[in-house]
Each structure stands twice: as structure tokens, then as C-alpha cells.
Ligand binder design. Structure first.
Ligand code: SF4
Length: 237
């Protein structure tokens, strides 16, 4: 798919287009298959089983980016980082920092709301083993380019969760014409660039996946710290 140009004037319209997307045959089959087979704990629930759009206000000052929806998390609930352990960590930290209305994120109807912050994923469909192929990443990339383009009117801080989100954030912003120095991903890595008079900050964080939180690679204090940095860079709180 080519860069979407100015086809979508509002994030709400982009979100609607994302939800209808069927461009990646392997991911379409997987997301829909998971929605039918289900995990035993959720066997009585109706899974979303579609691409997952961003969540949060269209005039957000912080954009948080992850890799892709979890098979039994966002692919089940229909809201990004919702219904799994990664979401518990992320929204818990956002709540401690005054950004999320409630400390948990269990379903799309739980009343959660974000202050000045939008959360999205670089790939919008749940992939097998959390690993989208290079081609699938490439196919989905224009949605992110367009989302960043629309959000960039108000966004001054990006928080990238994991090395792929870090690369996707930088390459997408470069595609939008920004000059950004090459910086290696690390927890707490920071890149600052100018957009006219605005100072834009990109911050890296380890992804709050169980692989990182169970092993202690990422602690709540570490996550709170980078979210606090993003809030400060965006002038929130
Ligand atoms: S990953 Fe992206 S491009 Fe591929 S089917 Fe899902 S929404 Fe469409």
C-alpha cells in the first residue's frame, strides 16, 4: 500500500479504515482464528478479531507506540493494550502519573480515558508469536505514517515501547520530513528534534511484556520514570 497522502482528514476516519483492513492474509487468518478458538479463560467472551486502532484523544500531546495487539488482549477486547498483563502495566503507570483515568484496562467499555495521550501500535493486527513479518510491517506502515501526520499538530513527545516501536517511530517521523539523528534503542534513550518552533522528544522504553516484567528487566519504577519524562516533555502535569 502506498503512503495514504491526505485521504483521511481526521483520526476518527483513519481508525475506521484500519478496522476494515484485510491486506495481510496471514494476519487476517490468525486474528480471526484466535477469535474463534479463544483462550479457555475467555471462552464465553466475543473476541474482537479485527485490526486495532489507536486509543486516546485526537489532539494528544503524547503518543505511545507499541509493536502489535496481543492475541488475547487487544485482539480480544478491541482496545490497544487492553485485557492483558502488558496493558495492566502500561495503564497502571499512566494512572500513577495522572494520565489514565482508572488504573486498569480490562475492556473497551471499562470507562478508561487518557489525558492528552494516544496509544497506538506499529502493526494493527495480532501476529503469531508477536512477530509480524517484514512485509506485514511494511504493509501496515502507512497507517502509522498517517496517524503520526494527523497527531503531529499537537504531539510533542513520543514514547516507544520496545526496539521495533523505537525504529518505527523514528523512521515514520523521518518519512514525514523530520531530521532525526540515528540513536540506538535503550530504556531511557532520548532523541530531541525541532519541528519549527516546537521541541519534539522521543523516549525509548522496554516493552511492558511479561518477558520483561517477570524477569525484572522492566520494573514499575523504570516505567513510571519514562512516562514521567514523556509527560514533562509534553508539558503535562
Ligand atoms: S496488519 Fe495492518 S495492513 Fe495488515 S491486515 Fe492488519 S491492519 Fe491491515
Amino acid at each position: 500500500m502506498e503512503w495514504l497522502g491526505h485521504l483521511y482528514k481526521k483520526l476518527e476516519l483513519l481508525d475506521k479504515a484500519i478496522v476494515k483492513c484485510h491486506q495481510c492474509p496471514r494476519l487476517v487468518e490468525w486474528r480471526e482464528d484466535v477469535a474463534v478458538t479463544k483462550r479457555k479463560a475467555y471462552e464465553n467472551e466475543k473476541y474482537w478479531g479485527k485490526p486495532v486502532p489507536g486509543f486516546g484523544p485526537s489532539d494528544a500531546r503524547i503518543v505511545i507506540l507499541g509493536l502489535a495487539p496481543g492475541a488475547h488482549g487487544a485482539n480480544r477486547t478491541g482496545r490497544i493494550f487492553t485485557g492483558d498483563s502488558s496493558g495492566d502495566w502500561l495503564y497502571g503507570s499512566l494512572h500513577r502519573n495522572g494520565i489514565a483515568k482508572i488504573p486498569t484496562s480490562t475492556s473497551a467499555k471499562d470507562g478508561q480515558a487518557l489525558k492528552d495521550t494516544r496509544i497506538a501500535c506499529a502493526v494493527r493486527c495480532a501476529p503469531p508469536d508477536n512477530k509480524p513479518s517484514t512485509e506485514e510491517r511494511h504493509t501496515c506502515a502507512p497507517f502509522l505514517t498517517h496517524e503520526f501526520s494527523l497527531a503531529s499538530k499537537t504531539t510533542t513527545a513520543y514514547l516507544a515501547l520496545g526496539s521495533f516501536a523505537w525504529q518505527a517511530t523514528i523512521s515514520t517521523l523521518r518519512q514525514l520530513g523530520h531530521e532525526i539523528e540515528t540513536t540506538k534503542f535503550a530504556h531511557g534513550a532520548k532523541v530531541i528534534f525541532k519541528d519549527g518552533d516546537k521541541k519534539i522528544t522521543i523516549i525509548g522504553s522496554y516493552h511492558p511484556s511479561q518477558q520483561n516484567t517477570f524477569t525484572g528487566k522492566l520494573t514499575k519504577a523504570m516505567l513510571d520514570k519514562v512516562i514521567k519524562q514523556a509527560a514533562k516533555a509534553a508539558g503535562i502535569g
